[in-house]
Each structure stands twice: as C-alpha cells, then as structure tokens.
Design a protein around this ligand. Structure first.
Ligand code: GLP
Length: 241
C-alpha cells in the first residue's frame, strides 16, 4: 500500500481529486466506485471546481456507490442517493442513467443485492474505487466480522457506526439499523483502490490498517492483499504510525 501524507483535509482533498482526474482523463469510460461520508466531500468539491474550470467530462463515466441505507427513500436528504446528487452528480455532466447505487427501499432486498453484484460484473468491474474508513475499520458498510469473500449483501450496522453517522440525522433514532453494501470481495475486485482518511478520529484505524494483522475482525485489513492501493491521509490520521 502506498501512503501519501498531506498536511490537512484540504490538501488530502486536492491530492485525491488530482489522482482521480488523472484516471478519468486517461480513460473517459472509467468505471468509478464512489463513497459517501464526510471524508470525500472535499474531493467532490474539487472535482466540481475542475469540471467548471477545465470542462473535464463525465459523459461516458459510470459510477457505482458502495452502499445505501435500508428504508430511506432516495428523496430523503439522508439517503446516499440524495447525498451523491447534492455533493457531485447534479454539478457535473454525468447522465443520471450512469450513476448506480444499491436500492435500499425495494421489496426484495436479497434480489437487489444480486442485481447490484451482477451489474458490477456485467460492466467488467470497477477501475478505481474510492474508499473512506470507519473508526472500527469498516469499508463501505462492511462491519467487523464480515467475511472477506462477501459480495453485495445486507448488514446490520454496529451501534458505534450508527452513532458516528448520527451527526447527519436529527437524532440517533432516525439512523437506520441496516444497510446494503458492496462486500469485501466486490471491493477487492476493483482494479485500483484509493482510500482517504482525515482527522484524529481515524488515527487508530489507520495505524491498525498499516501495522495490524490481516483479519476479518478488521475489514479494511483485506486491502493489504490488494496489489494497487493508495492511501491519502492527513497528519492527524497518520499520527499513530
Ligand atoms: C460510513 C460509510 C463509509 C464511510 C465511513 C466513514 O458509514 N458507509 O463508506 O467511509 O462511514 O465516514 P466518514 O467519512 O464520515 O468518516
């Protein structure tokens, strides 16, 4: 795993956007895996700025998001569908038919998991997957204990994950208990992975990722088996290394 150290969140976002733009400009038909959460917000802002200034086009890009809450409609501001439109899709020239997220409100959720996984396979897999990391080492919504051979599946969120995400909701009671997420194997199938981390709250997870064992109790550790992972993290997130 290659580590790029930055001074702060702003520089992490700039470097990550440059990294992604390099791949997007080299391959205008890139299959791009995207993430939600606070961490990638700055990157999306930079991609929008670049789109406005340099006309980088997304007309032939396909995007696939990692996860979605169960039971939250796409019109709900807390859904990841809404987040992605607000933070990125509405501000670039990507056709909405080319932005894919799991559907967390469909009746048959198991069927939705296989549909999403099939979709990933049908397009030949993701070229570049953007990832954040949870304080407990989750990637996507793959909580500790998720098998490394998991494909897109349903998951019950850990209490600390719900608490960490409660800041986006009016109260903790509104945070969903379940989500649909690409599995560890789905993420590992991506040709390249870019993981971002910022702030002291992520320092322990990053230290465990770099120095710890490969074990299903720490989902991100699977990434050590991937040949092409870059971590862009700021000083605070790297302070325990
Ligand atoms: C969320 C998302 C993850 C994200 C992580 C960290 O629960 N499902 O994809 O990487 O938690 O979020 P943040 O960037 O807000 O710290």
């Amino acid at each position: 795993m290659k580590i790029i150290r930055t001074a702060n969140y702003e520089e992490m976002s700039t470097k990550a956007a440059q990294f992604m733009l390099d791949r997007i400009q080299t391959n205008p038909e890139l299959k791009l895996g995207l993430a939600t959460g606070g961490t990638p917000k700055g990157v999306y802002k930079k991609l929008i700025e670049d789109h406005n200034q340099n006309n980088t086009t997304y007309k032939n890009i396909l995007t696939f998001n990692l996860d979605e809450y169960i039971g939250i409609d796409s019109s709900n501001p807390n859904s990841y569908h809404f987040f992605m439109k607000e933070q990125l899709f509405d501000h670039i020239d990507i056709p909405s038919s080319q932005t894919y997220l799991p559907n967390g409100t469909t009746k048959d959720l198991l069927e939705e998991c296989s549909r999403y996984e099939d979709l990933l396979n049908k397009v030949g897999g993701i070229d570049l997957q953007l990832l954040g990391i949870g304080e407990n080492g989750h990637i996507g919504f793959n909580e500790p204990g998720t098998p490394f051979d998991s494909t897109t599946h349903l998951i019950e969120l850990e209490e600390n994950t719900r608490q960490a995400n409660a800041r986006f909701f009016d109260s903790i009671d509104e945070v969903p208990t379940h989500a649909i997420t690409m599995g560890i194997a789905s993420i590992m199938a991506s040709k390249e992975i870019l993981l971002l981390a910022s702030g002291e709250a992520k320092a322990e997870a990053i230290s465990k990722l770099i120095n710890g064992e490969i074990d299903e109790s720490f989902p991100a550790s699977a990434l050590k088996r991937h040949e092409n992972v870059t971590i862009i993290a700021d000083e605070e997130a790297l302070k325990l290394l």
